[in-house]
Ligand binder design. Structure first.
Ligand code: GAR
Length: 216
């Protein structure tokens, strides 16, 4: 059984999607620990409801960012975590955590990377006038949303979309591809070769492909 550690800063709907897949036994994994950088994160309520250990680490109480991520790495290691899940964790991860879990940290980003990295990926897509956006699960390296891509799903950006309506459409796919990526990892089917993540025995077209809504 794959031991997960989850980092979240807010609502935690992706965290919930992972919990649900585990409880439905579609994902052979357990969440050993939730760590938040925000004492008011709703993700904490979700952890309580599902009897998952949770811990708030105040970034301001760390001497440096590296120190903050060292604390996180130590907590995760002490619980035997094998894969770290960034489920709406709104900080760029620093070296002490990356070095402790090489190619063992996954992030979900609400855009088709390398387009629209950083904050507000959905708003960036709307403002840019993109016709297709989506979400990306990737391994985390030291850059901002730059690590090797595992899976992506595409959704149309409709002419009347706002940040909120596009976010909602993308989120429903986040909840599908994040547990899916974790499942592939848990089955030992992911191999990182440079920038490429090879998936063993996987169909060539693996995610949601859409046509743009051509309309005058
Ligand atoms: C999700 O849309 C996730 O993709 C995004 O934050 C939201 C968290 O929602 N993450 C980022 O923007 C990371 N740069 P959730 O707390 O309900 O899972």
């Amino acid at each position: 059984m794959l031991k997960l550690g989850v980092l979240a800063s807010g609502r935690g709907s992706n965290f919930q999607a992972i919990i649900d897949e585990i409880e439905k036994k579609k994902l052979q994994a357990s969440v050993e620990l939730l760590i938040t950088d925000n004492p008011d994160a709703y993700a904490i309520e979700r952890a309580k409801k599902h009897n998952i250990r949770h811990l708030y680490i105040n970034p301001k109480e760390s001497a440096s960012r590296d120190d903050f991520f060292k604390k996180i790495a130590d907590e995760l290691k002490s619980k035997g975590v094998e894969l770290v899940i960034l489920a709406g964790f709104m900080r760029v991860v620093k070296k002490p955590l990356i070095d402790a879990f090489p190619n063992r940290i996954m992030n979900i980003h609400p855009a088709l990377l390398p387009a629209f990295p950083g904050l507000h990926g959905q708003k960036q897509a709307v403002d840019y006038g993109a016709k297709i956006s989506g979400c990306t699960v990737h391994f985390v390296d030291e850059g901002m949303d730059t690590g090797p891509v595992i899976i992506q799903a595409a959704v149309p950006v409709l002419p009347d979309d706002t940040e909120d309506t596009l976010s909602e459409r993308i989120l429903s796919f986040e909840h599908k591809i994040f547990p899916e990526a974790i499942r592939l990892f848990s089955e030992g089917r992911l191999e990182v070769k440079g920038r490429k993540v090879l998936i063993k025995d996987y169909p060539a077209i693996s995610s949601n492909i859409v046509n743009p809504p051509y309309r005058a």
